[in-house]
Design a protein around this ligand. Structure first.
Ligand code: M6R
Length: 364
């Protein structure tokens, strides 16, 4: 049931404050100061490496989580797309935890990658939306993301719920390994509890994003740029856009721009720059200026501090509320989703059932 929404995708984007709130509560301790994970299966003090494997949007959730596990918990992380991982047959060394992320829990390549790791990795963990799925059943520890049924082929609320659970797992790992003080952990968790409210605030930009999307829908090619934690989100923004609007979109780490993609820039190519005012903001802005110097049309998505410093010369801007830098990928997923949604609406495509795509890819 779509309720009073035109599409499941719109309904699912709108549900995010509620389902994220539920996911956070589920994994939060009673006093709100630490993370509870089901089972005692995971001893993070013994882990040398985390190998994360997934497909599509779930893969981008893993790429984002790599920043969290490495920067907050100090655990080296490898991330791979399942179809590559399973046939490369990489060595699984001692102390490796293998983690699989899948909304459906039935993606054929991800399941095959899990089966390859069974018996080799210290433990098999999955982050899934469907608790009775094959991937959940074959894991030592299955962590539900509690997003509720996701019907739209373009994944939205499952992505932000995956990010939330992965961040909480990274915080738990950091606590177990003594990488985070109790105060710092409590601060991260209190920031995270603010996320549903910030997403509600971000939705306030919906009407403006719709206008921007109308203009974006005239483009043939669109680039997405991001740095640090925002790089995987740029990839996700480009995937979402191409899936439902059929506009060609590519994402690059901002720093890669001058190593090739800058050759594509001219006045016809909009460049979406996702850059909260964080520790890498100045770098993102200088990449943005390189684009503008070549007549590229920049759509800057940032916060009020970012707009103050970086809006000059841009084509369009979208303002997001201020957020703790660690959490920015969760919040900035929302404008990426809304941009894709309204661009598809402007093009008149079938938003919930895009051509050639299936919700669950159970064959390789
Ligand atoms: O069910 P899964 O999370 O394993 O699915 C993985 C991908 O097929 C999925 O994320 C796909 O990329 C979506 N259509 C993205 O919107």
């Amino acid at each position: 049931d779509k309720g009073n929404h035109k599409h499941f995708m719109a309904k699912e984007i709108g549900e995010q404050p509620m389902v994220l709130g539920q996911a956070i509560d589920h994994y939060l301790s009673k006093d709100g100061k630490s993370v509870n994970m089901p089972g005692n299966g995971l001893d993070f003090t013994k882990i040398n490496r985390l190998t994360m494997v997934a497909c599509g949007t779930a893969y981008y959730a893993c790429l984002t989580a790599k920043y969290w596990f490495e920067q907050i918990a100090g655990i080296p992380v490898e991330v791979d797309v399942a179809s590559e991982f399973r046939y490369r047959e990489p060595p699984i060394t001692d102390g490796t935890v293998a983690l699989f992320v899948s909304q459906s829990g039935e993606t054929a390549d991800t399941l095959a990658a899990l089966r390859y790791c069974a018996g080799k990795a210290d433990s098999i963990v999955s982050v899934v939306n469907v608790p009775e799925s094959s991937i959940a059943r074959e894991s030592d520890l299955a962590l539900p993301i509690l997003a509720g049924a996701e019907i739209g082929v373009a994944s939205t609320k499952a992505f932000t719920c995956q990010l939330t659970v992965l961040l909480m797992l990274a915080l738990k790992a950091a606590e177990d390994r003594g990488a985070l003080s109790a105060d710092a952990l409590a601060q991260h968790l209190s920031d995270l509890r603010g996320i549903p409210g910030l997403i509600n605030q971000a939705m306030g930009a919906e009407a403006h994003i719709k206008d921007v999307a109308q203009k974006l829908s005239e483009a043939r090619d669109i680039l997405f740029l991001g740095r640090g934690r925002m790089f995987p989100l740029a990839l996700e923004g480009a995937l979402k856009l191409k899936e439902i609007s059929y506009i060609h979109a590519e994402a690059y780490a901002s720093g890669e721009l001058k190593h090739g993609p800058i050759a594509l820039i001219d006045k016809h190519v909009p460049v979406v720059v996702m850059a909260p005012h964080d520790e890498l903001f100045d770098k993102s802005i200088s990449n943005m200026q390189e684009v503008m110097a070549r007549a590229g049309k920049v759509l800057l998505i940032t916060d009020s501090a970012g707009l103050k410093e970086g809006a000059e010369g841009t084509w369009q801007t979208i303002q997001m509320p201020q957020v703790s830098p660690v959490l920015s990928p969760i919040l900035y997923a929302v404008p990426a989703q809304l941009l894709a949604y309204y661009t598809a609406i402007a093009k008149g495509t079938d938003v919930d059932q895009p051509r050639n795509l299936a919700k669950s890819v159970t064959v390789e």
